[in-house]
Design a protein around this ligand. Structure first.
Ligand code: ZN
Length: 259
């Protein structure tokens, strides 16, 4: 019987029938897989802890003629602290969504998996500001999926702009020189250098990023506009972040994530 074993992170689920779920699992070995998990919402089900977003585990999946089915899961990490804090939960949900939408089906993407795994680990157990981690995730994510914005050269004329007095950040392409684009707020050298350094580091170093309030706001503004205009699913995923600005209204962290 065609049974596969794969390590992966649950990126999404949809409930159906009384106690079943369809899971999307971003696996290391096979990319994104969708699989049914029968009875997993029953409290006594052995799958009850495995069939939740953020869970990382080793899944045993039966791939028959019809939809794949989860037989068993050995849970390795639930990233539980993400659920205990509204800001971390919001950011974590956006990160899951972005990775879900970019992960190829039935085709591995180890670099994207590694980025997701490290970001969720730091979001759960790291000391860094979750928004700094998100800035770092976002620029590295864009790079990993082939949408790296221009940082040191003008996106339009290609000239090196590191010595320029005025540089702007265009939602289409990234950094642009003053001769090519004259409208919009300039972006600071510190923000551009910050993004360049975040691209250079290893996934395991992502918690070293520490941004000032001004620079963090600049980078977030630049990268969210860029992501929304570059990726067809970008705006929808980042919409979930808007509620992050007013955490006081959401004191009760939603435990569910139905879509
Ligand atoms: Zn230019």
């Amino acid at each position: 019987m065609p049974v596969i074993c794969a390590e992966g992170i649950v990126t999404r689920y949809a409930n159906y029938r009384e106690s079943d779920r369809i899971l999307s699992i971003f696996t290391i070995q096979y990319g994104r897989l969708d699989a049914k998990a029968r009875g997993c919402r029953k409290p006594q089900s052995p799958l009850v802890n495995a069939c939740q977003p953020f869970v990382f585990g080793q899944f045993e999946i039966f791939t028959g003629k019809e939809k794949a089915t989860v037989n068993a899961c050995d849970v390795r990490e639930t990233f539980y602290p993400i659920r205990e804090d509204y800001e971390r939960f919001s950011i974590g949900s956006v990160i899951l969504r972005l990775c879900h939408d970019a992960a190829p089906e039935n085709e591995p993407n180890e670099a994207l998996f590694s980025l997701l795994y490290h970001t969720l680990s730091f979001l759960s157990y790291g000391q860094s500001n979750p928004q700094d981690l998100f800035c770092c995730f976002l620029i590295r994510y864009l790079n990993t999926i082939g949408y790296r914005p221009s940082i040191t050269a003008c996106a339009q004329c290609g000239r090196d702009i590191r010595g320029d007095a005025i540089v702007r950040f265009s939602a289409r392409g990234g950094a642009v020189c003053n001769a090519c684009v004259q409208h919009g707020e300039p972006v600071s050298k510190t923000a551009l250098e910050g993004m360049r350094r975040m691209l250079m580091m290893e996934d395991a170093e992502m918690d070293r990023v520490k941004l000032s309030d001004e620079v963090r706001a600049e980078i977030l503004r630049a990268l969210t506009a860029y992501t929304e205009s570059s990726l067809e699913f970008g705006a929808k995923a980042l919409n979930m972040l808007q509620s992050m600005q007013t955490p006081a209204q959401h004191a009760n962290t939603p435990a569910k994530h139905d879509e």
